[in-house]
Every structure is written in structure tokens, then in C-alpha cells.
Design a protein around this ligand. Structure first.
Ligand code: SAH
Length: 264
């Protein structure tokens, strides 16, 4: 990883060196476990339900997250538990990591692997990550490990003001991007965007197509060609006003969150 030059933050680099990835994907060769590839860990009739993510992609997302020692971090989509371990390494022993997984077998395996590797500050919660985890908010960081087409209000509400959320978003704007947002009250402002590839979040936020798309000019052909995203301003859909279009090239109104996208 390091020799490919993809890591800029030393804390992220150290985390990749520290976490034994093979402990989170039993039954594969050492070579497979340390290749820069995603590995499917659960599928159903040919459809991948969960995978251990590609390390270089996780690295870029974790760099975007700028996790600091002592942070409280919420992860949605535990899967193997590998990313939770990386987060725990970066946040350190004084931190609390809460990770939510909807599949009970995966949740159990991840809990065991994390405990076996000594990550006692990671709490693995079985449940639907689209809902709030009772008694744990606020978090400094929220990291979503599955593809969504909306930002759940529950994620937003569990994030402290000034905190950061990283979410793999596919809102029809030319592909799937992990977008890092900082919360300013009732606004999320993007701080960076990286290409990514995730399995969809189970439930509504993972599958519904974009609901309502607004553009100012007819020649902005939404979704026809991948266009680089420069920035996204996100607000609760209940608070979205037409003025958003004055600040963006395209506005996508999803059920919970409205995204004002500026192309690069
Ligand atoms: N972070 C993982 C990658 C997980 S893949 C790793 O490092 O290995 C995405 C995971 O999200 C899958 O395990 C899937 O079961 C889980 N998931 C999907 N929808 C979910 C939901 N609504 N709530 C919680 N977890 C969900």
C-alpha cells in the first residue's frame, strides 16, 4: 500500500500496518488476504451482500475522515469488522467505536475477530444502521460502509456539530463517490470526494432511484455522462428551498436529504 503512494496520513498508514487483515477473512490464502482487492464474505444467489472492502479505497476514505485520537466514531455496516479495527487503531485506546451490522452471523464473526485482536473499545451492535443507536450519540465521526442514495436523518442527528460524516453516495450524479461532509448545524458541506465501490445498504436508502432532480438550465444533462463533482451542499429535504439552485448546477431531492451539487 505504502509504496503505491496512496497514503498521506501517517496515522492511517500505521493502522494498515497494525491490523491483521487475514484475521477478518478466514479461509483465504495470505496472498489473497493482503491483496489490494475487496473479497466477498457473504452472498445470496449471486448477489454480494457483504465484502471486506478494498484497502486502498478504505485508506482514501479514512484520510478524508481525519479521525483524531479519542474520537467517538460510528460505523454503519460492520461486515468483517476490518474497517472498525482500522478506525480503532487511528482513534486509539481512549476512543469509542460503535459499529452497526444488520446480519447477525456477520455481526457475531466481527465481534469475535475484533475481540481476538484485542480491540476492546469497539462495540458491535446488531441492528439496522439507518436507525439511531440508543444512548451512544453524539459522535465526532460517522463512517458509512455501504452504498446509499440518501443521508439518513439518524446519521446526521447522531453527528455532533462540526463533526464529519463519510458516506458512499450514488445520487445518480455520474457514479458512486464517498463524500466527506462536515456538519454545520442543519447543513452538510462537502470537504472531499473519492471514487468508491460498495455493496448497497439494505433497505430504502440503498435502492431507490433519485426522486426529484432539478437543474437551472436545460443543457445540464443530468446523469448522462459522469461528471466530476466539485462540491455538495446537503440540507434536510424539509428545509430545502429553491434558492439552492442559485448555488449549484444540479439539485437532487431525496426523501431525507437534498443535495446541491456543483460540477468540477
Ligand atoms: N466495513 C466492512 C465492509 C462491509 S460491506 C469491512 O470492512 O469489511 C457492507 C456491510 O453493510 C455488509 O456487511 C452489510 O450486511 C451491511 N449492511 C447493509 N445494510 C445495512 C443496514 N441497513 N444496517 C446495517 N448494516 C447494513
Amino acid at each position: 500500500m505504502r509504496h503505491e503512494g496512496s497514503l498521506r496520513r501517517p496515522d492511517v498508514a500505521r493502522a494498515f500496518e497494525a491490523v491483521p487483515r487475514h484475521r477478518f477473512v478466514p479461509g483465504v490464502t495470505l496472498e489473497e488476504a493482503y491483496a489490494d482487492r475487496a473479497i466477498s464474505i457473504k452472498s445470496d444467489g449471486g448477489e454480494t451482500l457483504a465484502s471486506i472492502s478494498q484497502p486502498s479505497m478504505l485508506a482514501r476514505m479514512l484520510e478524508l475522515a481525519e479521525i483524531e485520537p479519542g474520537h467517538r466514531v460510528l460505523e454503519i455496516g460492520t461486515g468483517s469488522g476490518y474497517n472498525a479495527a482500522l478506525i480503532a487503531e487511528i482513534a486509539g485506546t481512549s476512543a469509542q467505536v460503535v459499529t452497526v451490522e444488520v446480519e447477525s452471523d456477520l455481526s457475531e464473526h466481527a465481534r469475535e475477530a475484533l475481540a481476538a485482536c484485542g480491540y476492546d473499545n469497539v462495540r458491535v451492535v446488531l441492528g439496522d444502521g439507518r436507525e439511531e443507536v440508543p444512548g451512544e450519540a453524539p459522535f465526532d465521526r460517522v463512517i458509512v460502509s455501504a452504498r446509499a442514495n440518501d443521508v439518513a436523518r439518524a446519521w446526521w442527528q447522531q453527528l455532533r456539530d462540526g463533526g464529519r460524516i463519510i458516506v458512499p453516495l450514488d445520487i445518480g450524479a455520474g457514479g458512486e463517490y464517498a463524500v466527506g461532509f462536515t456538519r454545520y448545524g442543519d447543513e452538510l458541506r462537502s470537504v472531499g470526494v473519492v471514487h468508491c465501490l460498495f455493496v448497497p445498504l439494505r433497505g430504502e436508502l440503498g435502492t431507490a432511484p433519485p426522486e426529484r432532480v432539478f437543474t437551472r438550465t436545460l443543457d445540464v444533462r443530468y446523469g448522462s455522462q459522469p461528471r466530476p463533482i466539485k462540491s455538495i451542499l446537503a440540507v434536510p429535504t424539509t428545509a430545502a428551498s429553491p434558492e439552492l439552485l442559485e448555488r449549484a448546477d444540479v439539485v437532487v431531492a431525496q426523501p431525507q436529504t437534498t443535495f446541491a451539487v456543483t460540477w468540477g
